[in-house]
Design a protein around this ligand. Structure first.
Ligand SMILES: C[S@@+](CC[C@H](N)C(=O)[O-])C[C@H]1O[C@@H](n2cnc3c(N)ncnc32)[C@H](O)[C@@H]1O
Length: 299
């Protein structure tokens, strides 16, 4: 019997992704197409990990701004859909979500994908169209470090109004709320992320205001004294879109902290490292070789 991450392969055989793929011989959706029938043929853990790494590297970076991120009709009741992807007990399968403690922040539990690429393939296969990558289904290294920092340094946020920008799963927003922020807004342009943030806020018994509009062209930080942004510098377009907004906020006296594991587009010269955490085995497969992750303050 083979295993994946210590879990027995029998779980794979019950995956709804497999059923979808089996019933749909030609798939016009990129993630499903790339995965193809490969998952069913996988003979060992090593092969699965190689496939996932390869896919993470070869997939085009999804568009950022002016992106037509949409929620599909099938997923309109997104919260309900997400909750269904996360069974209350038992295995979720590689294409599902599970409520799990976060590696660097075990006091927070999130609904995360066992394998975000497979979840993505399943969601596209279900709705028959392309979808933005489910970034909300992973706890990115930058977000984990920022959440750890906020919990260990509550003075950063206590009694203050906090904006978690590009919130994804809402991890950083949840940490800010647990650390004693006066109010927390989580913003992300992906409607699936907005639903995931609500689900995750509920799981951690915190109150967060969730917004989905693109804030980057304006100066409105929703009245925040502190802006937190986890892992936003993963592409050139992302850096170009986010940095001016963060710099304008900083110039107005807003404290700006980012979490980043040294991505190539991090504008490191504009920032000062305030904390460093070990990243080994903490992030997604594609980040497996990263050893450290930083929290940086915009200067
Ligand atoms: C790599 S994920 C990081 C998520 C989270 N901060 C974390 O660390 O786990 C980047 C997120 O940025 C979001 N994003 C992209 N463009 C955005 C924009 N213009 N405004 C807000 N969020 C955006 C994506 O939807 C995605 O959830």
């Amino acid at each position: 019997m083979t295993s994946y991450g210590g879990r027995e392969s029998s779980r794979r055989s019950t995956s709804r992704y497999e059923l979808i793929v089996a019933d749909t011989p030609t798939l016009p959706f990129p993630a499903a197409n790339k995965l193809d029938f490969r998952l069913r043929e996988l003979a060992s853990d090593a092969e699965l990990q190689t496939t996932a790494r390869h896919m993470a590297k070869t997939r085009a970076v999804p568009p950022v701004i002016g992106d037509d991120r949409h929620m599909t009709e099938l997923h309109q009741q997104t919260l309900v859909e997400l909750a269904q992807l996360a069974p209350a007990s038992g295995p979720a399968g590689l294409d599902g979500l599970r409520e799990v403690p976060v590696h660097l922040v075990p006091e927070i539990r999130l609904h995360l994908a066992d394998d975000a690429l497979v979840l993505w393939a399943r969601m596209e296969a279900e709705v028959g169209t392309t979808l933005a990558a489910p970034f909300w289904a992973s706890a990115w290294l930058g977000g984990q470090a920022l959440a750890r920092f906020v919990l260990d340094h509550p003075e950063t946020v206590v009694g203050r109004r906090v904006l978690d920008l590009a919130a994804g799963s809402g991890l950083v927003a949840i940490a800010a709320s647990l650390a004693g922020a006066a109010s927390v807004t989580a913003n992300d342009i992906d409607p699936y992320a907005n639903a995931a943030i609500e689900l995750n806020a509920r799981a951690n018994a915190v109150q967060i205001t969730v917004t989905g509009h693109n804030m980057l062209d304006g100066d409105d930080t929703d009245g925040a004294d502190v802006v937190l942004a986890g892992d936003i510098f993963y592409s050139g377009p992302m850096a170009q879109a986010f940095l001016p907004f963060l710099e304008r906020a900083s110039a107005r006296g807003v404290a700006v902290l980012v979490g980043d594991p040294g991505r190539v587009d991090l504008p490191g010269g504009r920032m000062r490292i305030v904390a460093t955490y070990p990243a080994a085995n903490a992030g997604a497969l594609a980040d497996a070789e990263i050893e450290q992750v930083h929290v940086l303050r915009l200067t």
